[in-house]
Design a protein around this ligand. Structure first.
Ligand SMILES: O=P(O)(O)O[C@H]1O[C@H](CO)[C@@H](O)[C@H]1O
Ligand SMILES: O=c1cc[nH]c(=O)[nH]1
Length: 237
C-alpha cells in the first residue's frame, strides 16, 4: 500500500531508518554503508533504500529540506510502514563558540520558530525532544568512534535558512543552543505524535559567528562518516 509520497510495499522499509536531508547523500550512504541495498521507492526524486547494517535491516531515505518535508516522510514512515526509529543525519550551522566546523552536534531537543509548537495543543508552546535511549546509544558510540568533539544539547530548527536576525542568534546562543538547522523539531514532533523515537546527529558545516572555515557544497555532501556511524549506533541501541 503506497502513501502519497512513498511507493514501497508493506515490509519493504525496515523499522530503523537513517534520514539525511539531501537525497544524493542518502544514495551515497546506502551504497557505502548498507549491505545488499535495494531501491524500494522512488517518488519526487526521493529514493528509499533497504538493506542491512552490521546484519540488522535498515533503510535510508532523504527528507528534503524543512519541517513540512520531513514531517510528511516521518509521519508516513511511522504510521504506515511500522518504522520505530528515525535518525536524522544532516548538517548545521554552528552557533555556540564551543562548536567548530567539522564537529558533531547531537540535538537533545529542538527550539523552533515553526507553527507546529503552538498548533497541536491550544495555549501551549510545546518542547520537542529526542529519544533518550537513542541519545544514550549515540553518546556511548561517539566516544569509541571519534576523537573529534561531539556536543549534545539544544538545536534550533528554523523555517528560514536566510534568517538574517542577529538578535535571534544571540538570544538562542545565550540559552546554550549549539547550532541551527531546519528539520529536527519536525522529526521530534512526528515521533511524539506517532508514539515512536527519533534523534538528530549533525555535522557542523559552517559557523554563524566565525565563517572562516565553512565547508564547500561538495564537502557538505560528502563529509558525513561520523554522523552516519553515530546515527547507526543510535538506531541499533
Ligand atoms: O544537510 P541537511 O540535512 O540538508 O540539513 C541542513 O541543510 C539544509 C540547508 O542547506 C537544511 O535542510 C538544513 O537542515
Ligand atoms: O540550516 C542550516 C544548515 C547548515 N548551516 C546553516 O547555517 N543552516
Amino acid at each position: 500500500m503506497a502513501t502519497p509520497h512513498i511507493a514501497a510495499e508493506p515490509g519493504q522499509i525496515a523499522p530503523l531508518v537513517m534520514m539525511p536531508g539531501d537525497p544524493r547523500r542518502a544514495d551515497r550512504i546506502a551504497k557505502d554503508y548498507l549491505a545488499d541495498a535495494q531501491q524500494v521507492s522512488q517518488v519526487r526524486g526521493i529514493t528509499v533504500w533497504t538493506g542491512t547494517y552490521e546484519g540488522t535491516p535498515m533503510s535510508v531515505m532523504g527528507s528534503g529540506m524543512g519541517i513540512p518535508s520531513i514531517s510528511i516522510y516521518a509521519t508516513e514512515l511511522y504510521r504506515f510502514y511500522g518504522v520505530r526509529r528515525i535518525v536524522r543525519v544532516g548538517t548545521c550551522g554552528g552557533m555556540a563558540s564551543s562548536v567548530k566546523v567539522g564537529d558533531t552536534v547531537i540535538g537533545t531537543c529542538a527550539h523552533t520558530n515553526a507553527s507546529l509548537s503552538t498548533l497541536l495543543v491550544p495555549g501551549v508552546n510545546l518542547s520537542w525532544a529526542a529519544s533518550y535511549p537513542m541519545l544514550r546509544g549515540a553518546m556511548d558510540a561517539a566516544q569509541a568512534l571519534t576523537d573529534a568533539p561531539v556536543h549534545a544539547g539544544p538545536v534550533y530548527s528554523s523555517d528560514l535558512f536566510y534568517l538574517g536576525r542577529a538578535d535571534i542568534v544571540q538570544g538562542l546562543t545565550a540559552l546554550g543552543t549549539l547550532g541551527v538547522e531546519m528539520e529536527a523539531a519536525g522529526l521530534y514532533a512526528a515521533a511524539a505524535q506517532e508514539g515512536a523515537e527519533a534523534l538528530t546527529v549533525l555535522t557542523v558545516s559552517d559557523h554563524l559567528v566565525d565563517g572562516s572555515n565553512d565547508m564547500t557544497a561538495q564537502e557538505r555532501e560528502t563529509l558525513y562518516a561520523t554522523s552516519v556511524k553515530v546515527g547507526a549506533a543510535a538506531l541499533l541501541a
